[in-house]
Design a protein around this ligand. Structure first.
Ligand SMILES: [Zn+2]
Length: 584
C-alpha cells in the first residue's frame, strides 16, 4: 500500500485486477473455435519485382513487431501469457495447447469474446480492464479527468492519441529515462523530455510519454526495417520508398504528419502499407489512444482505376447534405487492394480503411481510401451477409442483395468519411469534443452518406435502378445484429441505432418476425437521420451525443428474436484469418 495525495482520492484500484481467472478447458475452447470459420488470404506475389519482394519481407517483420505491440497495449499480461503457452506447446503439444493458441490468435490476446458477447480471460490472466494497458492499472476515467483538471499543463500529454499514461512513481520514470539512455536518437527527437521526466514529482499522480519512448525498442527496430524496405524499392518505386522512409522516422518522432502526407498524396506502383498506430476503438476509457497496426497490401491496378473514376464530383454530394457548407477535395486517393497480411489493430476482416484520422492532417493532405478486395469477396464473408439478409427480411427482398452492392456500400461509406461536418461549430476537432461518442457518430455518418448519395448517383447514371435497390438492401443488411451490442462496440451500436430509426420512421416494418423494406421511404428517412447525426457532430456536445445514442439503442424482445434467427442462419460467428505470406 502507498499513501496517495488527496487529488487521487477518486482512484480506485480494481481488486479484480489481481484475481487471475482459471485457464479454460478443452470443451470451452472448442465451443468458441467450432464457431470460427477460417479465411486464408494469399494473393500471388510472383509478379512483384525483386526489390518489392525484399520490401515485403521487411514489412512482414515490422508487422510482427506491431502485432506484439498491439497485444501488449490491450492487456498487460498478454505477451507473458503467450510466451508461457508457446513454451508449453513446444515442450508437449496437446489438443488443449493447440486450441488455446488458436483462441489467442482469434482474439489477439488472452481475452476471448464469448458466444454471448462477453469478454473473458481464457488463460490465467486478470480480466480485461477498461484502462487496457495504455493507462495505468486501476486508473479510472474520473480519476484521470480530475487529475487533468488539477494539472491543466499535463492535459495535452495525458489525452494525446499517441501517448502512454503512467503513474508518477520512481520505477516508471526510471524506465522511461532508461529508454532515452538506450536510444540516443529518441533523446534527440524529443528535446526537453528527459528534463521533464527528471523534474516530475514522484507523487503517484499521472504523466504520459510518447509511444516512441514507451515502446522504444520495438519502434527503433521497426524504423530500421522500414528504412531497409525503402532501400529495397528505391529504384522500382521511389514514391513508396519515400513514404516508408518518412513513416519510419514518424514512429521515432511520434509525429505522423510527414509520413501521412507522403502516403496520402503518393502514387505507388504495386504495394501499399498502413503502418503505425491509428484507430482508437480499443481505448475503452476515453476513445483517444491509438493502437498499433500494419497492413501490407497489393494493388489491383485495373479495379483501382475504375473506382477512381467513379468517385469524381464529390462536391455536389457534399452540397446536397443537410450540413453547413464546406469545400471538399474533388480528387481523393482511392485504391482496390488485396491484403498480403494484416497485423495488430488492422488484423481481421476489415473490408476497407480510410486514414489518417487526425482532422488537421486530413484537412491538409486528404485521406487515403484502401478497399480490401480479397476480404470483401471471400466466400465466408459474402455468404454470411447474404444468409443474414435472407433470414431477416421477407421473401420479396431475398433477391435484392448481391456482392457488388456490398462493395458499393463499402466504397461509398469510406467516401462518406470525407463528407459532412469535419469540426464543431466552435472549431473543435470532433474526437476531442465528442470523445467516446466520436467514433460511433463518424461511422454512422459514413453509413448514411453511402445511402444518401444513392439517388444522386442514380441520376448521374452511376447506379441503375436495380443497383440502387441493391445498395438499399445492403444498407438494411448492415443494421442487423446477432447480439445486443455493448456500448463499447461503436459499429454495432450505431448499426442498431439506424435499425431502430428506420423502424420508427417506416423505412423498415415488421411483418411477423421478419423485416419488410419500404424502398419509397428510403431517401427521406436516411436524410432525416443523417441530418440529426450531422447536427450532433456540429454541436460537439458530449451529453447531447450520449442522449442521442441512448434514444436509439433500445432492445426489445423482437430484436432478441431476430438476433436468435440471425445466429441460427449466420453460420460461424468468428473469422480466423490466415495469411499465405506468413507461411500459414
Ligand atoms: Zn468507416
Amino acid at each position: 500500500m502507498r499513501t496517495l495525495p488527496p487529488v487521487l482520492a477518486l482512484v480506485t484500484f480494481a481488486t479484480t485486477a489481481s484475481a487471475q481467472a482459471p485457464e479454460w478447458d478443452l470443451a470451452r475452447a472448442r465451443a468458441i473455435l467450432d464457431q470460427a470459420a477460417e479465411l486464408r488470404l494469399a494473393p500471388a506475389l510472383s509478379d512483384l519485382r525483386p526489390g518489392e519482394r525484399t520490401a515485403v519481407g521487411k514489412l512482414l517483420e515490422a508487422g510482427a513487431l506491431m502485432q506484439a505491440l498491439y497485444e501488449q497495449q490491450r492487456h498487460p499480461q498478454a505477451l507473458a501469457a503467450k510466451a508461457a503457452l508457446e513454451a508449453r506447446h513446444a515442450q508437449a503439444p496437446t489438443e488443449l495447447t493447440r486450441a488455446l493458441r488458436d483462441l489467442y490468435r482469434l482474439n489477439q490476446g488472452p481475452i476471448a469474446v464469448t458466444l454471448d458477447n462477453r469478454r473473458e480471460p481464457f488463460l490465467a490472466v486478470a480480466p480485461q480492464a477498461p484502462e487496457r494497458n495504455v493507462y495505468p492499472a486501476g486508473a479510472t476515467a474520473e480519476a484521470l479527468e480530475a487529475f487533468a483538471q488539477a494539472h491543466p499543463e499535463r492535459r495535452a500529454e495525458l489525452f494525446d492519441t499517441r501517448s502512454v499514461v503512467r503513474r508518477a512513481d520512481a520505477a516508471s520514470i526510471a524506465a522511461d529515462l532508461a529508454a532515452l539512455d538506450r536510444h540516443p536518437v529518441l533523446d534527440g527527437l524529443h528535446p526537453g523530455l528527459r528534463a521533464r521526466l527528471q523534474a516530475l514529482p514522484r507523487d503517484g499522480g499521472f504523466y504520459a510519454v510518447p509511444q516512441a519512448v514507451a515502446h522504444a525498442d520495438e519502434l527503433v527496430a521497426a524504423h530500421r526495417l522500414l528504412r531497409e524496405a525503402a532501400e529495397a524499392v528505391a529504384d522500382e518505386d521511389p514514391e513508396f520508398a519515400g513514404y516508408l522512409r518518412h513513416r519510419g522516422r514518424d514512429l521515432l518522432a511520434n509525429d505522423y504528419e510527414a509520413g501521412d502526407a507522403a502516403w496520402v498524396s503518393g502514387h505507388f506502383r504495386n504495394l501499399n502499407a498502413q503502418v503505425g498506430s491509428y484507430e482508437t476503438y480499443d481505448d475503452a476509457l476515453f476513445g483517444v489512444k491509438a493502437f498499433f497496426s500494419l497492413s501490407l497490401l497489393k494493388k489491383d491496378a485495373e479495379r483501382s482505376a475504375a473506382v477512381a473514376k467513379a468517385v469524381a464530383g464529390l462536391q455536389a454530394i457534399q452540397d446536397a447534405l443537410p450540413a453547413p457548407p464546406r469545400r471538399v477535395r474533388e480528387e481523393i486517393p482511392v485504391g482496390v487492394y488485396d491484403v498480403i497480411a494484416d497485423f495488430g489493430q488492422a488484423r481481421g476482416t476489415n473490408t476497407a480503411t480510410i486514414l489518417p484520422n487526425e482532422a488537421v492532417h486530413a484537412r491538409r493532405y486528404g485521406r487515403v481510401i484502401l478497399l480490401r478486395r480479397n476480404v470483401m469477396t471471400a466466400a465466408p464473408i459474402l455468404d454470411a451477409q447474404l444468409a443474414a439478409f435472407r433470414a431477416a427480411t421477407v421473401p420479396a427482398h431475398h433477391g435484392e442483395l448481391h456482392g457488388d452492392a456490398e462493395f458499393q456500400r463499402t466504397l461509398w461509406h469510406e467516401v462518406g468519411h470525407y463528407l459532412g461536418v469535419d469540426r464543431t461549430a466552435d472549431g473543435r476537432d470532433l474526437d476531442a469534443a465528442l470523445q467516446g461518442a466520436a467514433d460511433l457518430l463518424e461511422e454512422m455518418k459514413a453509413d448514411l452518406v453511402s445511402l444518401f448519395a444513392g439517388p444522386a448517383l442514380r441520376a448521374r447514371g452511376y447506379h441503375d435502378d436495380a443497383a440502387l435497390k441493391a445498395l438499399y438492401a445492403a444498407g438494411v443488411r448492415r443494421t442487423l445484429q446477432n447480439n445486443r451490442p455493448r456500448r463499447d462496440q461503436p459499429y454495432q451500436t450505431m448499426q442498431l441505432m439506424q435499425q431502430n430509426f428506420f423502424l420508427e420512421h417506416g423505412l423498415l416494418a415488421w411483418e411477423g418476425d421478419a423485416l419488410a423494406i419500404r424502398h419509397e421511404r428510403y431517401p427521406a428517412v436516411v436524410a432525416a437521420l443523417l441530418k440529426e447525426v450531422l447536427a450532433v457532430q456540429h454541436a460537439g456536445d458530449r451529453a447531447r451525443a450520449e442522449a442521442f445514442v441512448a434514444r436509439w439503442t433500445g432492445w426489445s424482445e423482437r430484436h432478441e428474436a431476430l438476433a436468435a434467427k440471425l445466429r441460427a442462419a449466420g453460420g460461424p460467428r468468428f473469422r480466423l484469418v490466415r495469411y499465405g505470406a506468413l507461411g500459414e
